[in-house]
Design a protein around this ligand. Structure first.
Ligand code: PHE
Length: 339
């Protein structure tokens, strides 16, 4: 009898469980009511009285040992399973299939940023939800002037006016408020206008604003900067043309045209047979704008420009419907894989 207990003790000590099955076998053999230990308790009544005490103690020890061992096996198995889960995640496996692609608007935006960063421009951003001051007043839009209607504004609330910015020019003001010249930055972002959605117009689109304010900045600097940009983005034969225009915040103001890179200026459908395509607006920062942010216009001058990212992407990739950019049609998006 005691020998039997001793053999079971040895067996218990050596026991291991590599799987839930083996663990269950252990439980059946040593823990359950029908276990070998349970059977031994059943034998208790047959043990001679003078050995009962010793037998009882040995049996209780065995039972405790079985329970401790069982708990150990449970814990072991659990931690082994966890670590093999972790080991089965191989962080270095290449993806099965490349799923995402960079959106064409981001591609164009990144390229524009790269071209300007190489000329010493920083990237800045500003809020899409804006107040009247930063979107209009500080940019020299007179109160109740029709120029405010030029940009059909979405208002969030009136008095005080809160609106969705109609252009990225608000960031010119935000930047000059926090940083005195010299300032040289480009500011990409989304803008909103209450326009009927069509192949050519959308109620939201993207712009890149540019601003350079320092001592002795002249129109020549503006022209050279835009010329360099156009040649980098559209090819080195590209020409630019600055066409007189009007913006409240620049004086003089000019539309930026580039020579049509499809027909090289000969005239085609893309340029509507003019040889030129428009990509944005520009001009010398109006002295009133500098004053509104406490920059002395006698000491500093600057140029600014704003270009449409959709417009540039449509030209570059010959896309004829602006709605494609926001429809998330995979057949469209996947064409920009790796380009
Ligand atoms: N904010 C103007 C627009 O949205 C573009 C512009 C920017 C023009 C900077 C001049 C200077 O049409």
């Amino acid at each position: 009898m005691f020998e039997h207990i001793e053999r079971l003790r040895e067996e218990l000590e050596k026991a291991a469980a590599q799987s839930q099955d083996e663990l269950e076998k252990f439980r059946m053999r040593f823990i359950s009511r029908k276990s070998v230990i349970g059977d031994l308790f059943g034998e208790f009544k047959n043990v001679p009285n003078e050995q009962k005490k010793e037998f009882g103690a040995a049996l209780n020890n065995l039972k405790n040992l079985a329970e401790t061992k069982f708990q150990e096996l449970v814990n072991d198995l659990k931690s082994r399973e966890q670590s093999s889960d972790a080991a089965s995640i191989d962080m270095f496996l290449p993806p099965v299939k490349q799923t995402g692609t960079i959106h064409p608007l981001n591609k164009v935006k990144n390229r524009i940023i790269q071209i300007f960063e190489r000329q010493g421009f920083n990237v800045e951003e500003g809020p899409e939800i804006e107040d009247d001051f930063h979107n209009f007043t500080a940019l020299n839009f007179p109160e109740n002037h029709p120029a405010r209607e030029m940009q059909d504004t979405y208002f969030i609330s009136k008095d005080p006016d809160v609106l969705l910015r109609t252009h990225t020019s608000n960031v010119q003001i935000r930047l000059l408020e926090k940083q005195q010249p010299p300032v040289r930055a480009i500011m990409p972002g989304r803008v909103y206008r209450n326009e009927a959605i069509s192949a050519r117009a959308h109620c939201f689109f993207h712009q890149v604003e540019g601003l350079y304010v320092d001592r002795n900045v002249s129109f020549k600097d503006l022209k050279q900067t835009l010329y360099h940009f156009a040649r980098e983005l559209f090819g080195k034969d590209t020409k630019i043309r600055l066409r007189p225009s009007f913006f409240p915040f620049t004086e003089p103001s000019a539309e930026i045209d580039i020579s049509c890179f499809i027909c090289k200026g000969k005239g085609c459908k893309i340029c509507k047979h003019t040889g030129w395509v428009e990509i944005g607006g520009s001009g010398m920062v109006d002295p009133n704008v500098l004053e509104s942010v406490n920059v002395d216009p006698k000491e500093y001058s600057g140029f600014a420009f704003g270009m449409g990212i959709e417009r540039i992407a449509m030209l570059k990739y010959q896309i004829d419907d602006i709605r494609l950019f926001s429809e998330n049609d995979l057949r469209f998006l996947q064409q920009f894989k790796g380009t």
